[in-house]
Design a protein around this ligand. Sequence first.
Ligand code: NAP
Ligand code: GDP
Length: 325
Amino acid sequence: MSLEKVILVTGGSGLVGKAIEWVIENDNGKYGKQDGEKWIFLTSKDGDLRSAEATRTVFEKYKPTHVIHLAALVGGLFKNMKYKLDFLRDNLLINDNVLHTAHEHKVKKVVSCLSTCVFPDKTAYPIDETMIHNGPPHESNFGYAYAKRLIDTQNKAYYDQFGDNFTSVIPTNVFGPHDNYDLQDSHVIPGLLHKCYLAKKDQTPFVVAGTGKPLRQFIYSRDLAKLFIWVLREYKEIDPIILSVGEKDEVSIKDVANAIVKAVDFKGDYTFDTTKPDGQYKKTASNAKLMKYLPDFQFTPFEVAVKESADWFIKNYDKARTGNH
Ligand code: NAP
Ligand code: GDP
């Protein structure tokens, strides 16, 4: 029997890739692996996608019919501020190589990944899918933002010139098992989980960067994974779709710190280091388009998802990406 779909996931070893793998293997309902699907999860060891030649070699080896493109240089606020050119250049190269090689291989569908960080800094709220190119992004992450915005431009150009079915999704801030827990370069939830864990273990102060006032919408990686699988199988538009919890589920960084303290069962106090930047105050996004397609989708409650993530991190501390090895 010839396989109907060979689905190649670039960035398969990261936070989102591991969540998709988990759902494909563990979901007994509609999101799990279906007959005729073969899933391949790539890591950077399979090939550096900044290289056109390495990208071609990977596609020749696996001959994908479908691609979920996650591979990217990714990081939190502080890493984005330090390495703007790397964020711009690495991501431009990776995206151009993956999309063009997918085009040459006549891949039937590519789903790439943007982020709500790519939206204009000065904007009306809530942000929706039509606003990506409306003005400059926040200066803290413009390298990443411009590289990611161009995916949307490329998707439209591949469709207009060749009819290629290349689309993209726009997740809000993601967290979950297999995150990057580096103390400096990670996103806020894994960074604070690691810091709180150390504060509890070593009885040292737990310090949260910034004022705690910025607002974010967080999506649990396993919820996002289900939505990615739905987009791959069902979503027909070239235009992107925001994958997020609703506007009412937006939380402050202080709420995040409180949820982490609870999940780690940390008994001490914590402080804010207001000499550290806050980054963008908010980037409130509308999930109205998603809700129109999937009105009954159930998101995992934030505190439940933080607890699952904390439990995973503590259990897997020795092998997690902590920057210690
Ligand atoms: P992650 O945990 O840092 O994983 C990044 C993945 O990309 C890893 O599998 C990594 O491989 C691979 N990769 C990086 N550079 C590569 C290269 N040059 N060649 C080949 N592979 C490379 O990131 P993530 O959080 O899962 O992010 C996945 C996607 O979601 C990205 O496109 C990101 O922009 C987007 N996104 C993330 C968030 C968030 O909050 N995390 C929010 C919105 C959108 P190795 O493991 O081998 O290094
Ligand atoms: P962003 O949504 O792209 O800004 O990504 P982050 O996940 O890096 O979140 C940044 C927000 O969390 C800013 O307001 C930071 O000041 C705040 N924050 C507090 N503590 C930390 C930390 O340990 N790491 C990171 N990355 N951000 C932190």
